[in-house]
Design a protein around this ligand. Structure first.
Ligand SMILES: [Zn+2]
Length: 312
């Protein structure tokens, strides 16, 4: 697909200040090979004055937003696009309060839902798995510390994490909320996020013992001092401290715990593009995803993930 995006905010503002320009952009991303009628597969269409696309064969009417995350929204695409721009190009993202002020939507709930929808657009089905030298671990947060030792027994969240090491530099990142720290959760995380044959470094935790059998090189790093975890997997521990700072810092009291995976996904999206020189390209990727993501109702957005304790 041809890359087409505004280079900076000035260019964004002048290009997407009117509805037809946004519609046209969505059209290009949604039907990169040209319009295809979802009913009859015909490729010729008329465009109505109201911006609807009419199939020339069966006359089915379709808006460019139907079946996307913009489906059913009464707000203009220009407002959505501004939200998409802020979300995708700001270095640490944007929270609902700040975005609400910026867009003047007036409703915190609306902006909250928008941001949740945008977070679901940060994962790309065609993304490539991590490869090469990898550090893998888990981390925990939420809940009370009771002083008990163990693999995050008293924390609300357990997150599996893997990051590529390229010499002294870090490559790409993956994070996934897990139910517990047993092999039944950790090995499938590795398998679905890391190319088989890669070299995976972990600490001495027994759940990683099956890595070699699963087709990976396994480097187990044992520390003499149990508390000195930082020094044994430095890449992963650096990322964990950054994640905690952003997620617990930026969102503070307004952080919605059941949806932690979406916040992690958003973080991964930003992290994996941190060296990208082009802010506009991030915008392009998110709009591309938004144009092909099925709509989510507000009810669906609020559904807590499977396994989430309903008592909290
Ligand atoms: Zn048709």
């Amino acid at each position: 697909m041809k890359e087409d995006f505004p280079k900076n905010e000035l260019e964004f503002d002048s290009r997407f200040s009117r509805e037809p320009a946004c519609q046209e952009y969505l059209f290009q991303l949604r039907w990169p090979e040209g319009f295809v009628c979802p009913d009859c597969g015909h490729t010729e269409y008329w465009k109505s004055a109201r911006g609807l696309y009419l199939c020339r064969q069966c006359e089915r009417q379709q808006s460019v937003t139907a079946g996307t995350i913009f489906h059913g929204s009464k707000k203009p695409l220009t407002v959505w696009f501004k939200a998409l721009w802020c979300f995708s190009t700001r270095k640490s993202g944007v929270n609902a309060v700040a975005l609400n002020e910026l867009l003047g939507l007036g409703s915190y709930q609306t902006v909250w839902c928008w941001l949740q929808k945008l977070r679901t657009c940060t994962i790309f089905p065609d993304r490539e798995a991590l490869s090469g030298q990898i550090e893998a671990d888990e981390f925990y947060f939420g809940g009370e510390r009771s002083g008990k030792r163990g693999r995050g027994a008293d924390h609300k969240f357990k997150v599996a994490i893997a990051v590529e090491r390229q010499g002294r530099k870090l490559g790409r990142l993956r994070m996934q909320v897990i139910e517990d720290c047993r092999a039944g959760q950790l090995i499938p995380f590795v398998k679905s996020n890391i190319v088989s044959g890669s070299q995976v470094s972990t600490d001495g935790w027994k759940s990683y013992n099956g890595l070699e059998e699963a087709g990976y090189g396994h480097r187990k790093i044992l520390s003499a001092k149990v508390d000195d975890k930082e020094s044994i997997l430095p890449g992963v521990h650096l990322v964990v401290s950054l994640v905690k700072r952003v997620i617990l810092g930026t969102f503070q009291g307004r952080f919605d715990e059941p949806y932690i995976q979406r916040y992690l996904d958003e973080y991964v999206f930003r992290f994996n593009r941190r060296t990208s020189k082009s802010v506009g390209k991030k915008f392009w990727r998110i709009v591309q995803r938004a144009a092909s993501s099925p709509p989510l109702t507000n009810w669906e957005l609020r559904l807590a993930p499977a396994g989430w304790p309903t008592s909290t």
